[in-house]
Design a protein around this ligand. Structure first.
Ligand code: HEM
Length: 515
C-alpha cells in the first residue's frame, strides 16, 4: 500500500530526517503508555514500524491517500504518527454525528506549533482553544466584521465594487489584445486587493515594496503548511526532548510579518488620531483594544495575528475556489449557458454584476456550491477532542487529534447521487421535502468546515467567489486550448489547486463601460 503512494522530494527529506531521528531516540524516550481502552479505539489500518502512518500525511495528495485507505479499511479509523493517535473520519454519516452530538468537544484544534508565532501560533484565532479569547473574537466577527449588514461589511461594499470593476477592466484589456489569462493570477489580485483594503483601509504600497513583501511572506507561510502541522502534532513529545522542530523557519516568517505589521499599525493609529474613526477591520480591532470595558482585553500581537490569518485564510482559498469552479463551468457548456441566461435576465447586459444581485441569482449560488463540493480548497479539517467520548461505539481518548476528510465526505456515494459529476441542480431545492433534505445535507456539506468552529468567512467567501465568477460569465466568452480544462489536483501550499493552472482567452460579449 505504502509503495503506491507518491511522496514528493521535499517531504521525502523531512520524512527521512524524522525516521532517523525517531529511530535514535524512540527507545530512550517514548514510553508506550498502554491505555486499557486502546482496544476500543476505531480500527487501524496496517502501519509502518515506529513512524506509524506518517507517510500518508506526507504524501503529495494527503486527502487522496487518506480517502484510499478509508475506502479499503473503513470510514472511521484511527491512524498514528509515531505515538500520537489521530481519528480519521471519511464518511458523511460519522461527520454528521460528530457535528451534531460532539460539536463543543471538537471545537478546539489542539496546540499550536509555536505559541509565539504570528503564523498559526497561540495569538491567532485558528489555534485558539475554545475559550474566552476565541469566543470574544467570534462575537466580534459575527457582530461587527463579517455578518451581512455588519458595520464593516456595509462600509466595505464600495471597495469590493471598485475592485470588481478593476478586475473586469483588466480582463477587458487582455480580451482586446486577445491575450491569454491565467485565471488564478487575476483572481488572486482581486482577492488580495479587496482583503487588504477591507482589513487596513488601504492597498499595499507598490512603491516601497510592501506588496511584494506581503506576497512573499504569504507564499512562504503556505510553504510552511506541513512543517506547521507536524510541529503541532509532535509538539508534546518533542518539548520533552527540547527539540524545536522547524522553529527557525516558522519564526523567521513570523518575525518578518511582525516587523511589517508593527509599521502598518503605528501608521494606522496615527491616522486614527488625526482623522475621524474609520470602519476597516483594523479600526474595529483597535477600538476593541482601547475599550476599557471590553469583555476581553485583546493584545497587539493578537491584532497582528488576526491580520496574518485573515489574509492567509481568505485570499488563496477564495482564489482556488473560483479557479476550480470556472474550470468546471468551461468543461460544462450547458451550465455556462444556463448561468448566463440567469445573469442576463436578472442583471442585464448594460451594467456589471454586483454582490447585491447574488441573492436573486439562485443558479449562480448553486454553481458556486457545487464547485466547492467537488473541489474544496481545504480538503482536511483538523480538530482535537477535548474530552474522551464514545462515537459509533468506539472509544475516543481526550486530546486525540481529529481529521475529517471533507473531500471524501463530499464525494461519498451514500449521500451524493453521481458524486463525481458537476451538477449544480442538486443544490436547487424546490419542494418542501427537498428543503428539509437540504437542511440535513448542510451538516455534511463541509467546504467551510462544520459546527461552531466552521469558517467565519463563509458569507464573504460566497460574495468573493460569486461575483468573480459572475463577471467572467456575464462579460466574456472563454477560449481554451484543447477540449477541456485538465482537472488534476495538487497542493499549492495550504490549499488544493490545479496541477495545470487554468489558462484561457477572454472574448468580450457585453458593452459594459470600463472605467
Ligand atoms: C472559498 C473560500 C474559503 C474556504 C473554502 C474556507 C474554508 C475554511 C475551512 C475549511 C476552515 C476550517 C473550518 C473547520 O475547522 O471546521 C476555515 C477556517 C477559517 N477561515 Fe475560511 N475559508 C474561505 C474563506 C475565508 C475568508 C474569506 C476568511 C476571512 C476573511 C476566512 C477566515 C477563516 C478563519 C479566521 C478561520 C479559522 C476559524 C476558527 O478556527 O475559528 N476564510 N476556512
Amino acid at each position: 500500500m505504502a509503495a503506491m503512494i507518491i511522496v514528493d522530494y521535499q517531504n521525502c527529506f523531512i520524512y527521512l530526517l524524522l525516521c532517523l531521528f525517531s529511530l535514535l531516540c524512540y527507545s530512550l524516550y517514548f514510553k508506550k503508555l498502554k491505555d486499557p481502552r486502546d482496544s476500543d479505539l476505531p480500527p487501524s489500518p496496517p502501519s509502518l514500524p515506529i513512524i506509524g502512518h506518517l507517510h500518508l500525511l506526507l504524501s503529495t495528495l494527503t486527502h487522496k491517500s487518506l480517502q484510499k485507505i478509508s475506502s479499503k479499511y473503513g470510514p472511521f479509523l484511527h491512524i498514528r504518527i509515531f505515538n500520537a493517535p489521530i481519528t480519521l473520519v471519511s464518511s458523511a454519516s460519522v461527520a454528521y454525528e460528530i457535528f451534531k452530538t460532539h460539536d463543543v468537544n471538537v471545537s478546539s484544534r489542539g496546540p499550536a506549533a509555536f505559541d509565539e508565532s504570528l503564523v498559526f501560533g497561540s495569538f491567532g484565532i485558528v489555534s485558539a482553544p475554545y475559550e474566552e479569547y476565541w469566543k470574544f473574537m467570534q462575537k466580534l466577527m459575527a457582530t461587527k466584521l463579517l455578518r451581512p449588514q455588519s458595520q464593516s461589511l456595509e462600509w466595505s461594499r464600495g471597495i469590493r465594487a471598485e475592485e470588481l470593476q478593476r478586475f473586469y477592466n483588466s480582463l477587458l484589456n487582455k480580451a482586446r489584445t486577445s491575450e491569454s489569462v491565467e485565471i488564478s493570477k487575476e483572481v488572486k489580485n482581486l482577492m488580495n486587493n479587496i482583503l487588504c483594503r477591507m482589513i487596513m483601509g488601504r492597498s499595499f504600497s507598490e512603491e516601497n515594496g510592501e506588496t511584494e513583501k506581503v506576497r512573499g511572506l504569504v507564499d512562504e507561510s503556505y510553504g510552511l503548511t506541513k512543517k506547521l502541522f507536524l510541529a503541532a502534532i509532535l509538539r508534546r513529545p518533542l518539548e520533552k526532548l527540547r527539540i524545536p522542530l522547524f522553529k527557525k523557519d516558522i519564526m523567521s516568517v513570523s518575525n518578518r510579518f511582525n516587523e511589517l505589521l508593527e509599521k502598518i499599525l503605528v501608521e494606522h493609529k496615527e491616522k486614527l488620531c488625526e482623522e475621524h474613526q474609520g470602519m476597516d477591520m483594523m479600526d474595529v480591532l483597535l477600538a476593541a483594544y482601547g475599550d476599557e470595558n471590553a469583555e476581553y482585553k485583546i493584545t497587539m500581537n493578537q491584532i497582528k495575528a488576526f491580520f496574518v490569518e485573515f489574509f492567509i485564510g481568505g485570499s488563496d482559498t477564495s482564489t482556488q475556489a473560483t479557479q476550480w469552479t470556472m474550470a468546471e463551468i468551461i468543461n460544462n457548456p450547458n451550465v455556462l449557458e444556463k448561468l448566463r441566461e440567469e445573469i442576463d435576465s436578472v442583471v442585464g447586459k448594460s451594467r456589471l454584476i454586483q454582490e447585491t444581485d447574488i441573492p436573486n441569482l439562485t443558479y449562480l449560488q448553486a454553481v458556486v456550491k457545487e464547485g466547492l463540493r467537488l473541489h474544496p480548497p481545504v480538503p482536511l479539517l483538523v480538530r482535537s477532542f477535548q474530552e474522551s467520548c464514545e462515537i459509533e461505539g468506539f472509544y475516543i481518548p481526550e486530546k486525540m487529534t481529529l481529521i475529517i476528510n471533507s473531500y471524501a465526505v463530499m464525494r461519498d456515494a451514500d449521500l451524493w447521487e453521481d458524486p463525481l459529476v458537476f451538477k449544480p441542480e442538486r443544490f436547487l431545492a424546490s419542494s418542501r421535502s427537498e428543503k428539509k433534505e437540504e437542511k440535513e445535507r448542510a451538516l455534511k456539506y463541509l467546504p467551510f468546515g462544520g459546527g461552531r468552529r466552521g469558517c467565519p468567512g463563509v458569507n464573504l467567501a460566497s460574495i468573493f467567489v460569486g461575483t468573480a465568477i459572475g463577471v467572467m460569465v456575464q462579460c466574456f466568452d472563454w477560449k481554451i486550448k484543447g477540449d477541456k480544462a485538465n482537472m488534476e489536483e495538487t497542493y499549492g501550499g495550504m490549499n488544493l489547486t490545479m496541477v495545470h493552472p487554468l489558462k484561457c482567452t477572454p472574448v468580450p460579449r457585453t458593452q459594459i463601460p470600463s472605467s
